[in-house]
Each structure stands twice: as structure tokens, then as C-alpha cells.
Design a protein around this ligand. Structure first.
Ligand SMILES: [Zn+2]
Ligand SMILES: [Zn+2]
Ligand SMILES: [Zn+2]
Length: 263
């Protein structure tokens, strides 16, 4: 942990800054709100890897979410309900034709599959050349999910090694986290897709304060996969837990409606 105004000896190699922390020479130093600088003190790298805690967790989460994200896209693109009109959305005048699929959905699901398959191949056989393995046309949601889940598990196993390799971790973070500024990116990252086609089970604000900073800033993020873990993440400090941590304590603390506790 770095105290505000101090440069960490190992900053995050993605160049992250601690939100709202400033050096004393910064015009925003000592200002409380609405400052022009969002933070100028570099974030420290997480123990044992080259990126900060926030980057590391985001990378891990997006890998873990990728199977559900791709299944969601494939269900939107269900070939039994839809037709693709090459890059152009054309409303058919013939009522027996199902609605066309937005070509973005197909591009996005292919990009995610290529990303996850590429990285799984790199982890599994580091000495071999990696070739783009595209998503099979018309693959259904369940098959796409299982395929990408297997890739995600391989990558998660190798994540600490990747996160210790400058070139690799920057490339992986770019493929997952980087947000395109357009609504039709040339390449869809997992973060682009998750934002464009959000999955149900939306996160909500917890009704109890963060155990670390005591603010009402904990997001409850239900798992997007059946039987998966619900995560609790404070937006103000770095506290994070899931519903199995500490004997399931947080699942109770952040349950939808907290029962009144007798004084
Ligand atoms: Zn600053
Ligand atoms: Zn970072
Ligand atoms: Zn907190």
C-alpha cells in the first residue's frame, strides 16, 4: 500500500493512477471535489505481478465472464430465429423471414472467441505459433459457452505468469479491458461487449456499508453463471469479497433485505 503523494517503487505498468490522490505540486492537491486532475500518483503493482490490484482483478473478472458474455451474444444471434444480411440490416418484406442479426453481434462473438482461444493456446503451448481460431458459424450458446469456459480456465491457471511478463500482460489487458470509443469497434474487447450487451442480473448497490471504509459504496454483483459466486466490491476503497469468503458472512451481510438486528 502506498501512502498518497508517494511514487511506488513498482508502479502498475499500464500507467494507472490512484483515484483522487495527488502530488503536492498538483493544482488539485488538497481540493475536495470537481478537480481537473483525476489523480496523478501512480498505482502500485500488486504483489508478485506487474499490474495494479484493480487491473489484475479486472483482467481476471473479464476472463471469467467471457463464457457468459459469448453465450449471451450467441443467444441473441440464435440461428433458428434470425438471418444475417451481410453487414447491412435489411428489413425483409417477406414475413416468413426472421429478423436479421446485427452484424456487430457476430463480429463481437467471434472476436471474443479468437481472444480467449488465442490466449488459452499460448498458455497451453507457449512454444508454438498461435493462429486465430474463429468461432464456428451458427454455434449455439451452450456449445460456445463450454468452449470458451475451457479456454478461460486454462488462461486463469496461467494468469500469474502472464501478469509477470510485461509484453504479455499489456497485450492481454488490451484484448480484454480496453474500451473502444466507437459503437462499432474494429475489434471487440470483452469490456466493449459487456457494456454494449449487458447481461441480466444487473449489479445493485448493497444496503449495508463497506466493512473496510464504512461507506455505502459496495456493489453486489451476482454471478452470470449458474452456481457461480456473487461478488461484493467496494467502489470507494479496494475491499472485495465473494459469497464463499469468510464462511459466507458477506452473503448474509449484503442480502437483499437486511433483517433488523435486536439491540
Ligand atoms: Zn493530480
Ligand atoms: Zn493498473
Ligand atoms: Zn470500502
Amino acid at each position: 500500500m502506498t501512502s498518497p503523494g508517494e511514487t511506488p517503487t513498482r508502479p502498475c505498468i499500464r500507467g494507472c493512477m490512484v483515484p483522487d490522490a495527488h502530488f503536492s505540486k498538483c493544482p488539485s492537491f488538497g481540493q475536495s471535489k470537481d478537480t481537473s486532475c483525476k489523480g496523478c500518483v501512480p498505482s502500485a503493482a500488486r504483489e508478485g505481478v506487474l499490474v495494479c490490484e484493480r487491473c489484475y482483478r479486472s483482467i481476471r473478472r473479464l476472463i471469467d465472464d467471457a463464457p457468459d458474455v459469448i453465450a449471451h451474444l450467441r443467444s441473441i444471434a440464435d440461428p433458428t430465429k434470425a438471418r444475417v444480411y451481410d453487414r447491412v440490416m435489411v428489413q425483409s418484406s417477406k414475413p416468413e423471414y426472421p429478423a436479421p442479426v446485427d452484424a456487430n453481434v457476430l463480429d463481437a462473438s467471434n472476436d471474443i472467441a479468437v481472444t480467449l482461444r488465442n490466449w488459452a493456446d499460448r498458455v497451453a503451448s507457449p512454444d508454438d505459433d498461435v493462429f486465430d481460431r474463429h468461432l464456428q458459424a451458427g454455434i449455439d450458446a451452450a456449445a460456445a459457452h463450454d468452449d470458451i469456459r475451457a479456454c478461460a480456465d486454462v488462461i486463469l491457471d496461467g494468469l500469474d505468469a502472464i501478469a509477470n511478463d510485461k509484453r504479455q500482460v499489456l497485450a492481454l489487458a488490451d484484448a480484454l479491458l480496453t474500451r473502444s470509443t466507437t459503437t462499432h469497434p474494429d475489434f471487440w474487447t470483452v469490456a466493449d461487449v459487456a457494456s454494449r450487451w449487458p447481461i441480466d442480473d444487473a449489479p445493485r448497490w448493497a444496503e449495508a456499508p463497506c466493512p473496510a471504509c464504512d461507506l455505502m459504496t459496495v456493489r453486489v454483483m451476482p454471478s452470470r453463471r449458474r452456481g457461480g459466486r456473487t461478488r461484493y466490491v467496494c467502489r470507494e476503497c479496494e475491499w472485495e469479497a465473494d459469497d464463499l469468503d469468510d464462511g459466507g458472512l458477506w452473503a448474509i451481510a449484503f442480502a437483499e433485505s437486511v433483517p433488523a438486528v435486536p439491540a
